[in-house]
Write a protein that binds this ligand. Structure first.
Ligand SMILES: NC(=O)c1ccc[n+]([C@@H]2O[C@H](COP(=O)([O-])OP(=O)(O)OC[C@H]3O[C@@H](n4cnc5c(N)ncnc54)[C@H](OP(=O)(O)O)[C@@H]3O)[C@@H](O)[C@H]2O)c1
Length: 253
């Protein structure tokens, strides 16, 4: 797979992708907004895992920044073999009580950016006849947790559609749908998850390990951890009104 480009590399699931990919001897391109964290991670990856890590400081809510990352994915002098569209965040607010600018930014980061980056990556990968994309969706893609759910449903449907378009091309697309994961995600959005029992949570290590295994098998959808495999399966067969009713007891994402 060669070089892997990971968005949202400064924290949580994205940072864990970097470490597990480095352990598998992939060089990396690290993308996020916090330059100091990116440079520190690049240096740690070099010293501890012995891989090279380029840094692209980019706000994926800004079209020009997304174009710079897309240009890196199109660079055939140093081909990227794996794109991980991971950057994202919870809004922590109901749609009508949120600022429309915040909603537009979430759409740009979690929908527009993965679409533009996938386009650039896939053009190059299909021409090469190999490559892979991992898109980080969520169990929320099966629920009605506001626009966050809608964005995660979009990326999952996008991944499934692409996987069919690309059948036989040597390029695969995998969507990973985790439940709650111990990262900075909820705290950053001010979402109180203190009432959620421990058995509901996964670690970034579990999520990334299952995602990479699925990608290596060419699997299209993966839901990490047994409890959420069961929950996703149940939500797919339950009447939609049951899922909506359960969602009332869950905080805004
Ligand atoms: N944690 C969960 O329970 C959970 C469950 C299901 C799915 N997910 C998904 O997993 C992905 C990673 O989340 P996480 O849990 O690892 O959260 P996290 O620890 O808060 O990390 C989020 C990452 O996204 C980056 N990011 C946010 N806004 C960005 C922007 N405008 N431009 C570029 N990068 C941006 C952040 O980097 P900078 O701040 O440095 O830019 C950070 O590296 C997200 O897509 C999230 O929706 C999380």
């Amino acid at each position: 797979m060669g070089i892997a480009l990971v968005t949202g590399a400064t924290s949580g699931i994205g940072e864990e992708f970097c470490w597990q990919l480095a352990a598998a001897h992939h060089d990396l391109v690290l993308v996020a907004r916090r330059e100091e964290k990116l440079r520190k991670l690049a240096e740690d990856l070099r010293q501890i895992a012995g891989v090279t890590a380029e840094v692209i400081v980019a706000d994926l809510g800004v079209a020009g920044d997304v174009e710079r990352v897309a240009a890196r994915l199109s660079d055939e002098q140093s081909p990227v073999g794996l794109l991980v569209n991971n950057a994202g965040f919870a809004l922590g607010c109901s749609f009508i009580d949120n600022a429309i600018e915040a909603e537009e930014n979430a759409l740009d980061v979690m929908v527009r950016a993965p679409m533009v980056l996938s386009y650039a990556a896939l053009k190059a990968m299909r021409a090469r006849g190999r490559g892979a994309i991992i898109n980080v969706s969520s169990v929320a893609s099966e629920t009605g947790a506001g626009t966050y759910s809608a964005h995660k449903a979009w990326i999952r449907a996008f991944s499934e559609g692409l996987s069919e378009e690309l059948r036989g091309s040597g390029v695969t697309v995998t969507a990973v749908c985790p439940g709650p994961v111990h990262t900075n995600f909820f705290e950053a959005a001010g979402v109180d998850m203190s009432a959620a029992p421990q058995w509901l949570w996964a670690t970034p290590e579990q999520v990334v390990s299952e995602a990479l295994d699925a990608m290596r098998r060419g699997q299209v959808l993966v839901t990490p951890t047994p409890v959420y495999k069961v929950a996703m399966a149940a939500m797919r067969v339950a009447p939609r009104w049951v899922t909506r009713r359960v969602m009332r007891s869950i905080p805004h994402m």
